[in-house]
Design a protein around this ligand. Structure first.
Ligand code: SF4
Length: 329
């Protein structure tokens, strides 16, 4: 059996955070015992509210932050101890904001060719050829080569960011909210482009988003994150047709804020998102859950298998006193 493109095994990231000037540092579990698998050519959507740990997870996968515990494997090999440059050849990021992720003082040719120069790949002539070919792949004409990011639209800048990620021909792309800073009319063009590139090059995407509509458009599987944990994971059709976790249901019902880029869904759950330094006892979701009982406050739910993944909720656990075989949210 071939190894998955990317695998996370019980990955955790804990920061020590001081509250107030004289407060004692307390642990903040940004990522809490996360296990995920991204198969080759697959798009795994990772959704959740702002502050749930999605971006910390992206930094761990890109080798920008070491995990506190657990293991990250690329093609079956642990990334700890691997050369950063070698890892960057296989995993590339596309970030949310093309305005700030591109150097405003560099031309598009310089920006897109940078990974080739950093990795000492080819000479000036072959790099120029690769840049032109890659720009064509992302739908940009060669005349943009000597222009600057400030001379381009938001959608064009995100195409440049995609070209920069693609020029190394990576196997995995970590897409961190790649369309949320763009106008709605441009979003679908970028999503269609990402989809076409995935099909052409067999890329695997971890697609991080607060927007379930975007995830439904692109992903084959979805993982829902809450306070650092994956509370539900399922094949995309199953998750949208039959969400099991009450938080997934709330996200599906959520109303997005009209301001592009802010990207915090109004989950209409009543209680505010908890402070991760003082997470609620038992099931972390219990203060916001309409089905919570005293059992939920006392006991954290375990992961129970479901189609294409798992769900963490007592209502779906045959070993829990709260189990309801016929429960749907
Ligand atoms: Fe709600 Fe309890 Fe399920 Fe947590 S375990 S999601 S509080 S019903």
């Amino acid at each position: 059996m071939t190894a998955p493109a990317l695998e996370l095994k019980n990955v955790a990231k804990t920061y020590r955070v001081r509250q107030g000037l004289f407060g004692k540092p307390k642990p903040l579990k940004a990522v809490n015992d996360v296990s995920l698998t991204l198969r080759k050519g697959e798009v795994l959507g990772l959704v959740g509210e702002s502050g749930c740990g999605k971006s910390t997870l992206a930094k761990i996968l890109l080798g920008l932050e070491p995990p506190t515990a657990g293991e990250v494997l690329v093609d079956g090999q642990a990334i700890i101890g691997q050369d950063r440059l070698a890892l960057a050849r296989r995993i590339q990021p596309i970030f949310q904001d093309p305005y700030s992720s591109l150097n405003p003082r560099k031309t598009i040719a310089d920006i897109v060719s940078l990974p080739l120069r950093v990795h000492s790949i080819g000479d000036a002539k072959s790099r120029d050829k690769a840049v032109r070919e890659t720009l064509e792949l992302v739908g940009l004409p060669a005349r943009v080569l000597n222009t600057y990011p400030s001379q381009m639209s938001g959608g064009q800048r995100q195409r440049v960011a995609i070209a920069r990620a693609l020029i190394m021909r990576p196997e995995i792309i970590i897409c961190d909210e790649p369309t949320s800073a763009l106008d709605v009319s441009v979003q679908s063009q970028i999503l269609n482009l990402l989809n076409a590139l995935r099909a052409e090059f067999g890329l695997a995407y971890l697609f991080i988003s607060h927007d379930l509509a975007v995830v439904e458009h692109l992903a084959t599987r979805v993982a829902v994150m809450y306070l650092g944990r994956i509370v539900e994971e399922a094949d995309v059709a199953d998750l949208f047709d039959a969400p099991r976790h009450p938080y997934t249901r709330a996200l599906l019902n959520s109303v997005l804020t009209p301001e592009p880029g802010l990207g915090i869904p109004d989950t209409q759950l009543g209680a505010a998102y908890p402070n991760p330094i003082n997470p609620p006892s038992g099931c972390h979701f219990h203060p916001r859950c309409p089905f919570a009982t005293d059992h939920c406050k006392a006991q954290a739910p375990r992961a129970v298998p479901r189609a294409g993944g798992h769900v963490e909720c007592h209502l779906h656990d045959p070993q829990s006193p709260m189990y309801r075989a016929d429960f749907t949210v």
